[in-house]
Write a protein that binds this ligand. Structure first.
Ligand code: SF4
Length: 391
């Protein structure tokens, strides 16, 4: 057992209360925004309409300046500007890979930093976002796993990553117009830094904002949450978020999975598979993605492939084979292309789609499992970190 992080939850999720000073409207749910507007004098019967107007300016047209919200009276806009802010995390660096992949290093409250990756395809693209600074868990193949957990991201800091990328892609429609059908940012994957199910409420609230039809309006089917196996929160993901599910599976025996994904010691393979079989949203049209990193001589044998097929029997699934992306000091090597091809064929013969994930952005350390920010958890008290983050 890695002494770094106990498997059971011990994450910084102090109840959210509003910080002193101008309140940030980003990350608030519609109800929270309504309460905030009423708290500063908006009449109850008008509040819902005001929320709708402000929501569209912020999340549909990407407007950050209250004075530009022309369907609100001048006085009301002035009051908003005095009382609230529309604040996004700061982009510290922006790197673009030879293959077009973009990596943003983003700074959040308290000076902590997280990484966000945009992976373009021909007529669409996927944004890989983070949910924690560092990670609660210590998956041994993952660079983030070597970074101590500092804290959970707030809903504002999670949806803020989406808005920063849309800014960079110039994806906001002109005020008064509707979003184009083709989007450069067409999919979100919660596969960046952190275990999203150990920050459930903030992830849920941020994804609800992303899915809201009056704002960014991304379909739930275009959002995939990847978990390493926090079994008690899996069903809740279907009920309260409704997005697609991916699971960091990576091994076919408990011995190997205990080493690769230590949370397996808490909820072993059988518990995890039971939860996936009961996943309320699973169907042939909404398959669960089993992520499987290909590690040379560790989990890539023909026996592993056959065992994997046996384990997931009866679960509508697809298997994503991920050639291991090395990082400084990594204890593993990537399986050979021949081995990956052979493994994929066995899976495919059994009737499962088994695409091999093409490494993207390796030249800028943006590929799967390579993310890590320099933010180290200095010996600060929880209260100190909470206060910095306005939590
Ligand atoms: S794979 Fe995910 S859960 Fe595991 S250490 Fe990396 S970021 Fe954390």
């Amino acid at each position: 057992m890695d002494a770094k992080a106990p498997i059971t939850q011990d994450v910084l999720t102090i109840p959210r209360k509003l910080p002193e000073g101008p309140q940030n409207l980003i990350g608030l749910s519609r109800d929270q925004m309504r309460d905030a507007l009423i708290a500063v004098g908006t009449a109850e019967k008008q509040a819902k309409m005001r929320v709708g107007q402000i929501w569209q300016w912020i999340y549909h047209w990407g407007v950050r300046d209250f004075s530009a919200m022309t369907n609100l009276s001048k006085d009301y806009r002035a009051m908003l500007a005095e009382t609230f802010v529309i604040a996004l995390p700061e982009v510290v660096t922006r790197q673009v890979s030879d293959d077009g992949t973009r990596k943003y290093l983003v700074r959040i409250a308290g000076g902590h930093e997280v990484e966000v990756v945009y992976i373009p395809e021909t007529d669409r693209g996927t944004l890989c976002i983070s949910s924690q600074v560092g990670c609660t868990l210590t998956c041994s193949f993952c660079h983030t796993g070597t970074q101590k957990l500092v804290r959970n991201l707030t809903a504002a800091e999670i949806i803020g990553q989406v808005m920063i990328a849309r800014d960079d892609l110039d994806e906001w429609p002109e005020p008064g117009t509707r979003t184009e059908d083709t989007r450069l940012l067409s999919n979100i994957v919660l596969m960046g830094m952190g275990e999203p199910l150990y920050n459930f409420e903030n992830v849920r609230d941020a994804m609800k904002i992303a899915m809201d039809p009056e704002g960014i309006s991304l379909s739930r089917r275009r959002i995939t949450l990847s978990t390493s196996g926090v079994v008690p929160e899996i069903a809740r993901t279907a009920q309260e978020i409704g997005c697609q599910l991916a699971v960091s599976f990576h091994a076919t025996t408990n011995d190997v999975r205990d080493r690769l994904v230590p949370i397996n010691k808490r909820w072993p393979i059988s518990d995890l598979l039971d939860a996936l079989r009961e996943y309320p949203k699973v169907s042939n049209s909404e398959r669960i993605t089993f992520e499987y990193v290909m590690l040379d001589g560790v989990n890539d044998s023909d026996e592993d492939a056959h065992r994997l097929i046996k384990l997931i029997e009866g679960i509508p699934a697809k298997i994503n084979l991920i050639p291991f992306n090395e990082w400084p000091g990594a204890p593993y090597k990537r399986s050979s292309n021949n081995r990956i091809r052979k493994f994929s064929e066995i899976i495919y013969q059994a009737g499962y789609a088994s695409p091999v994930r093409k490494p993207r952005g390796e030249d800028i350390m943006a590929a799967c499992g390579q993310l890590k920010s320099a933010t180290e958890r200095a010996r600060k008290s929880k209260a100190q970190i909470a206060q910095e983050a306005g939590l």
